[in-house]
Write a protein that binds this ligand. Sequence first.
Ligand SMILES: [Zn+2]
Length: 416
Amino acid sequence: MTENSISINKERLIKDMEAINSNTATPGNGSTRFSYSEEDRKTREYLSREFKNLNLAVKTDGAGNIRAKYNPKENDSPSVMIGSHIDTVMNGGEFDGLAGTIAALEVIRTIKENKTDITHPVELVIFSEEEGSNFGSTTVGSKVMTGKLTKADLKTLYNSEKQSAYEVMQAFGFDADSIGEDLLQKDEVKAMMELHIEQGGVLEEESKSVGIVHAIAGMNTFQVTLNGVSNHAGTMPMPGRKDPLVGASKVIIALEEYARTQVNETTVATVGKLECSPSGSNVINKTVTFNVDIRDIEQSGIDQVSNYLKEKVKETAETQQLEYEIDLIGTSAPARLSDTVIDTLVAKAEKQGMNYLKLHSGAVHDTMMLADVTDVAMIFVPSKNGISHSPDEYTSYEDIEDGANLMLEAVIELAQ
Ligand SMILES: [Zn+2]
């Protein structure tokens, strides 16, 4: 830190994080804090008390997204927005989402207690249901806030109890009927930044304490179904078999090789889910269904692998005498982050003598959803062994402190 700069209070940040992490549905086995759960309610109550202490103007929308504004000049200027999410996956870690939320809260506290002169308001944003733990669909809150998910869409997303997202939001006490009426407008926000754990191993490998994200990968998710003929594993000779698992294997191997050697360095393709039916050790399967996750920071890379997948499935189905179906079940475009905000972050990191690295994010974040509304950027902090979505997730508080101080400096500059 340079001499006359201000910095966040690490002890206070630790106290908040520990208090919130004590609300878990799975004590002794990680943080489990789904949106619209009792743990979520307690966390919201805790944060509300902090907002009250800071005298922030708080608004909560129909999906439970929170916007808490510090506006010392009491003007209508667009806000510098900072924040993240507070929900987790089942048996998740203590840092995913929460680190960025509390770092942002600390930034606002620090600006307020130092009476730092700023013109633009600074707004803490907390997105609901980022992880998709309830309805199997990620970044729900930020999509609602930016109009990418409508009230009608929320009536078609269901949890395991067959309740729709709309019903769950309403039952929790949010005004889900108002969804769509208070979308985030371009003139309300000047820039948006999110601090988040990296959830990968690049920063640790390079011994960096902070990452400045220059792009977020987009993705296509396909579901592929191959249908063959089920038969006895002992009596059916090899010639003439219509085995969909053999077909699926050929597609998966070809896809891995293609993505590794024929596209961009940033392109990745993964099959993480595969189901066989009837799935018996002495039976040739009738049906195999698998999902393909394709990501890149370049749309061309996503398109190239998607086209290759379609061709390969068609060709394999022909040679193996299978019937096939291929559906695009999810898509998001790569997000270019704002050069203005990135340049500000780089300049501040240089000034503070920080050990930083510019990198891209392979994971999707709420920030992406705001990229068409305002200038966005992200700060990453290292994940030990690259582990996330696990009780073993760990980021040192020293690194979170560095990331938060970088955000603090950038916020002060952008809010001038
Ligand atoms: Zn997260």
